[in-house]
Design a protein. Structure first.
Length: 151
C-alpha cells in the first residue's frame, strides 16, 4: 500500500482547470491595472486592492501545486495501481448494480441498499478516487466510481 502523502487530496482535472482559469483572470486584471492604466482617473481605481489580488494569485498557486497529481513512475505507479485495484474490489462488494439503480421501482430496497453501501464504503471510495486521479490526472472520468458498478 502506498503511504507517501496519503492524506494529500488530488483535485479532479476540472477543479484544477477552474483554479488555473481563475488565476489567469486575476493576473490579467493585475496586468491591466499596472501596465495599461485601467481605471486611472476614476474612483473605481482606488477601490481595487492590487496587493490583495497578488495575494490571491499566490494562494491559487499553492492550491494548484498542492492539488496536482504527483508524477509517479515505475514501481510506485505499479503499487498505486495495485492498491486501486484492491480498493475497487472492496468497493464493489455490496454495491447495487446498474440495473438496480436505474429501476428502483422494480427493485424494492435498492435506494436504501445504495445509502448503506455509500455510508459503509465512503472512506474506501475517497481513497480510490484519489489514487485514480494520481494514475490518470488528465482523465476527468478516471475517479468516477460508476466505472466500478456492474451491469
Amino acid at each position: 500500500m502506498v503511504r507517501a502523502k496519503k492524506n494529500k487530496e488530488v483535485l479532479a482535472s476540472s477543479a484544477l482547470s477552474d483554479l488555473k482559469r481563475e488565476k489567469q483572470e486575476i493576473e490579467g486584471t493585475i496586468k491591466a491595472i499596472e501596465s495599461e492604466g485601467v481605471g486611472d482617473g476614476t474612483r473605481g481605481r482606488a477601490a481595487i486592492d492590487v496587493d490583495r489580488l497578488k495575494s490571491e494569485v499566490k494562494y491559487l498557486d499553492t492550491q494548484i501545486r498542492e492539488g496536482s497529481a504527483p508524477d509517479v513512475r515505475g514501481k510506485q505507479k505499479d503499487d498505486i495501481h495495485r492498491e486501486a485495484e484492491e480498493l475497487g474490489k472492496k468497493i464493489q462488494e455490496g454495491m447495487p448494480t446498474y440495473d438496480e439503480m436505474q429501476n428502483p421501482a422494480k427493485n424494492p430496497g435498492a435506494i436504501q441498499k445504495n445509502r448503506n453501501w455509500e455510508r459503509d464504503k465512503q472512506h474506501l471510495v475517497l481513497r480510490w478516487k484519489n489514487l485514480m486521479r494520481i494514475l490518470e490526472p488528465n482523465d476527468p472520468t478516471a475517479s468516477n466510481v460508476e466505472r466500478l458498478r456492474h451491469g
